[in-house]
Every structure is written in C-alpha cells, then in structure tokens.
Design a protein around this ligand. Sequence first.
Ligand SMILES: C[S@@+](CC[C@H](N)C(=O)[O-])C[C@H]1O[C@@H](n2cnc3c(N)ncnc32)[C@H](O)[C@@H]1O
Length: 331
Amino acid sequence: MLAVKVPKREAENVRRKLIELGVLAKGYSPKREKDFVLFPVTRPVEGFELAEAEFKKTERRPHSYREVVEVPKELRSLLPSSFDIIGDIAIIELPEELIEYGKAIGEAILKVHRHIKAVFAKGSKVSGEYRVRELIHLAGEKRTETLHRENGIRLKLDVAKVYFSPRLATERMRVFEKVQPGEIIFDMFAGVGPYSILLAKKAKLVFACDINPWAIKYLEENRKLNKTPNVIPILGDVRKVTGQIEADRVIMNLPKFADRFLREAMLSVKSGGIIHYYGFDPEEDLFSEHKRKIKNVAGEFGFKVEFLDERKVRPYAPRQFNIAIDFRVWK
Ligand SMILES: C[S@@+](CC[C@H](N)C(=O)[O-])C[C@H]1O[C@@H](n2cnc3c(N)ncnc32)[C@H](O)[C@@H]1O
C-alpha cells in the first residue's frame, strides 16, 4: 500500500495535514519503523517521502451493545435501542421475552460502554409516594449509588432509593434560563435536587421539599458538593409547609399527582409569581384537562391565572406524554 514516511516528531502535524488534504486512507493503523512513522495514503502526495508498506486494519469498536450481544435471532428485534445512564449505572427496560438473556445483555453493555460499571433492568413501574422502582441486577458491580453530572452540576444519588430521570435535563435547563437573579424558589418535590441545585446557581434562595428521607439525605450532600448553601432542604410532606413560603417561582415536578397539590402551590406563590406544573396526558388531549383543573383551583381562591407556555417534555408511555404548563398566578 502507498505510504507517506515522516520522522516521528513530525507525525502528528503530518497526520493532520493528510486528513486536511483528504488523502489519509481510512481503516488502517499507522506503522512505526524506528524513528519514522508511515501513514497509508490513497494517492501520491507532493512534498512528502513516499514508500510502500503493509498496514494492519484498525478494529472498529462497536457503537451499540446490540452488535455484540448474543440472543436468539428471532428475539433480536426486541432488543431496546436505548437505555438510561445515571452516572456510571445503566438502567434498561427489557421486554419479558428478553429477561432470561438479561445477564448477556448487561455484559454486552459493559463491554461496549467502558464508563458503565453496573447494569440493571427495570423491575417495575415507578410507583408509591417516593416514586421509585424495583431494579434487577444484570451485570457489573452490585451497586446502586452513583455520581451523575448534568447541566454543570454533580448529583450523588442511589437509583434504588430515590427518583431520578436523566431525561429531564433539558427541561431543567429551560426552567433555569427563565430564573431571574434574586428569586425565591419553592421546589415542592425536590428529590435529590436536580432542579433545586441548578436553580440555586441563579436564585437567592431555594426551598427544597421532599417526603423521602433518602432524597433529602442526598440533597444535603449535593448542596455541599455543588456549593449551594442557598438551598434549604425540608424533609416531610409538602402540605405541612404550605402557606409558610412566599415564592417567586414554584416547581411542581410530581407529574402523576401534581393536580392534587395545586392548592398548596397557589398558596405558596406571590401574586404575579410563576408555577411550573407537570403532568401526564394522552396524545389526543394534552393540556386541556390540566388547564381546567388549574383554573378551577385558582377560582376557589379568587385568583386569576395567566397561561404562559405549554409543551411536551418527553414521551412517557405509548401515546402518553409528560407535559409541562407554565402559568402566572394573580392574587
Ligand atoms: C417525580 S419525583 C421528582 C424529583 C425531582 N424533582 C427530579 O426531577 O428528579 C417526585 C418527588 O416527590 C416526592 N414526593 C411525593 N409526594 C410528596 C409529598 N406529599 N410531599 C413532598 N414530597 C413528595 C417523592 O419522594 C419524589 O422524590
């Protein structure tokens, strides 16, 4: 094969130049020969010493675990194309037919994604007051605590003990961009603090409430880890602090039951303040039922509601969406 021969010390510059010229042959490793490096090229290049050499093909690393996993042929189409990554832990949703191949799937994920150290399958839906799910260990370390990086902050959490979804990172950044310096924020269902800690980078004070003691334990750690002493953790039922906080902005990230807490949210926001409301809804009727409930509750108190924005945050289940509605409350 045709090659360009260069002294070792010039190798990196020449490699860049060959790429720029579009002549570096792809799929081969450069060859070292004493003080020289040989690069395979697709045609003669002026100004360089040319030579003939044999090159080894470079091994292409698989991009997906699906390329390396061994499961019966007829089940291959059932292999999920994606999974969640929280810190160094992968969580995959497997159809029943693939459960018995869980170990092989987990090991394939570890092989392809070197930064992942443990793989779990979803063992149930998110349920209960703490909004957690059962996990089935598939491969790697039997560890559920990890450190997740998102939007420039670090979050320590235990995927088996608290709710956390990396799929909400964009939505959290969207809310962050709306926050004005000096705001007082009330994160009613804070979890380990992905909203609270992020928003605290701009806000004056963030009250972060959660009923799950594990969530508050990690929130306390995350507050230190991210140097955000302006986050005030509150352990307990959010109903108990209603009326004690007057916030410029309220976050209601409990999509399954947020409608049950609209009174608490409206009583905790200043006149002219904003509520970020989340819900789940079928594709056919995304926002109207939630907006009707919001208006009804505001009406009970004689408050006025100004709807500011509504959007689909992410698909949640077949034909179901996690939706967000932002509205202002006038008292
Ligand atoms: C869907 S998770 C959201 C957590 C976090 N905001 C996030 O984005 O990861 C809802 C959280 O609300 C908490 N929760 C549920 N009911 C509550 C209540 N009555 N009072 C306070 N927190 C509650 C759960 O423990 C859970 O951590």
